[in-house]
Design a protein around this ligand. Structure first.
Ligand code: MN
Ligand code: MN
Length: 346
């Protein structure tokens, strides 16, 4: 594909969903969104009592962020340890590639969350569900393995459940490991919204969770970026990671610069996904009248960015005078420091 034809926008929430009793899911892998090579994402909603069944992902780690509602997740590690955590809006989880897990809504309202996978080829082909595994194993083996009679094995699903719907676990049993909110990081849970953000007065804020804050998250860094109307997440790039974005609210414009005189400018609004390849230059500007909130995932446990203002500030004036062919008075007007987010121009 010619890079000129690439789009870095995918209208995820307009996709026809996969639906079943208990849940709704919309996913964007590289098959749906060709630019999205290094990361993929899913917007999933579980109804009260809804469950995303026990499963694992063969080729990707899973990073999750709760937008609304509450949930309980279970996880098993290959060393035999297991974990049950409860999640509320603003909480993050990370499940290493291949580890078995399940997700279940725990409240009386729908639970909506975003999943980010560190492989654009993430797809259902690489997701293994417990019911599918059992349904495709000889019944005698299942009976021997689980200590059941063949009649009891016949009660199990004969195909993948994917979603399941049961009693709403919104009772004390849901709180298998009570938490004190905003509690602190458990092995798999990080309360991102409880983090004191990096604030750029009048321009915006950023919360960031890398493996420095959340040690298990070795392959994904997450960020929650908020831009005030007119504010600009300045021109920058990430030396070590691709970037996957979910626009939670508001609207924005992004240009992705691909070198060799090629750049793509697109507009994004709530429910859209954006993508930036590793190393590609980009900015994000809030073009609406409300705060623009963006959930961002990077496919590295370490966050790195180089921002244009900081780079220019690191050079002597004469370098900039010669490079840009501009007079010294104009060079003196440059920021001279890292902006990160520039406020709206008045
Ligand atoms: Mn999963
Ligand atoms: Mn970026």
């Amino acid at each position: 594909m010619q890079k000129q034809q690439l789009s870095f926008k995918y209208e995820l929430e307009k996709k026809v969903p996969r639906l079943a009793p208990g849940g709704i899911t919309r996913g964007a892998s590289v098959n749906d969104f060709p630019a999205s090579v290094g990361l993929a994402g899913v917007s999933m909603r579980l109804q009260p009592g809804g469950m995303r069944e026990l499963h694992w992902h063969a080729n990707a780690a899973e990073w999750g962020y709760v937008l609304t509602g509450s949930m309980r997740n279970t996880l098993v590690h290959p060393d035999g340890t297991s974990y049950i955590d409860n999640f509320e809006p603003g909480d993050v989880w990370y499940f290493p590639r291949g580890y078995g897990h399940a997700l279940e809504a725990t409240g009386n309202t729908e639970c909506h969350f975003i999943l980010i996978f560190d492989n654009g080829n993430f797809s259902e082909d690489h997701t293994f569900s417990v019911t599918d595994f059992i349904a495709h194993t000889p019944k005698e083996i299942v009976a021997q393995n689980l200590g059941l009679t063949l009649e009891e094995v016949a009660l199990l699903p004969t195909k993948e459940a994917y979603f399941a719907l049961g009693a709403n676990p919104d009772d004390s049993a849901a709180i298998a490991q009570p938490r004190t909110y905003p509690a602190l990081t458990s092995t798999h849970r990080y309360p991102l919204h409880a983090q004191a953000p990096r604030v750029i007065p009048g321009a915006g804020k950023q919360r960031l969770v890398s493996q420095n804050e959340f040690p298990i998250s070795k392959t994904i860094t997450g960020s929650l970026l908020e831009l005030e109307p007119g504010a600009l997440r300045e021109m920058h790039w990430h030396p070590n990671a691709d970037e996957w974005q979910y626009y939670i609210s508001g609207s924005a414009e992004m240009t992705v610069f691909l070198a060799e005189a090629t750049a793509v400018t697109e507009q994004f609004s709530a429910g859209d996904v954006g993508y930036v390849p590793m190393g590609a230059g980009h900015y994000i500007k809030n073009i609406g009248t409300e705060v623009c909130r963006i959930l961002i995932g990077f496919n590295s446990g370490n966050y790195e960015s180089i921002d244009l203002s900081e780079w220019l500030a690191a050079n002597p004036d004469d370098v900039l005078i010669t490079n840009f062919g501009i007079p010294a008075e104009v060079v003196k007007k440059l920021p001279g420091r890292k902006l990160f987010i520039a406020p709206a121009t008045s």
